[in-house]
Design a binder for this molecule. Structure first.
Ligand code: ZN
Length: 156
């Protein structure tokens, strides 16, 4: 079978109103207003993880419901702990801060200068001089091949 994999960045927005109603539906005992940014991000991830395909439609940016003005503002918290997610809390009442960059490819390709051995590491901030080629101990260099490490510049 020739299955086609399309790697596309898909951005989900969970608005404060959506978060509040999800919080109330899930029977949270605390006042919604008392939740910390960290709790809001966990709540949003839970909502996306549990959403049916139909429910997801209400979260997809540029897909009819969610518009870019809903993510215009200042990023006041973010969570980069899961390599497959980058979660941010954006306060739309604040003016945008310095635009941040989001890395969408979470792997770095390293290549041995001596034997050409290639490997991938998940730490995108790796200093290749700290590692040695597992095959012959040679010097490793980052070989992005022009496209392994991509950055998405968030629109203001
Ligand atoms: Zn080597």
């Amino acid at each position: 079978m020739k299955n086609v994999l399309i790697n596309k960045i898909c951005q989900f927005v969970v608005t404060e109103n959506q978060l509040r109603s999800f919080w109330e539906k899930s029977g949270g005992e605390l006042e919604f207003e008392s939740l910390t940014n960290e709790q809001l991000m966990r709540l949003a991830k839970k909502e996306i993880d549990q959403a049916s395909l139909r429910e997801l439609e209400a979260h997809i940016l540029d897909h009819g419901y969610r518009t870019r003005d809903e993510i215009e503002g200042k990023m006041i918290a973010d969570d980069d702990s899961d390599p497959y997610y980058h979660i941010e809390v954006i306060d739309t009442s604040l003016p945008p801060g310095t635009p941040s960059t989001i890395r969408i490819d979470r792997l770095v390709r390293l290549e041995c200068k001596d034997c050409g051995f290639e490997m991938f590491v998940q730490d995108i901030d790796i200093d290749p001089s700290q590692l040695k080629c597992p095959s012959d101990g040679g010097q490793l260099v980052i070989n992005n091949n022009g496209n392994t490490l991509k950055k998405l510049h968030r629109e203001k």
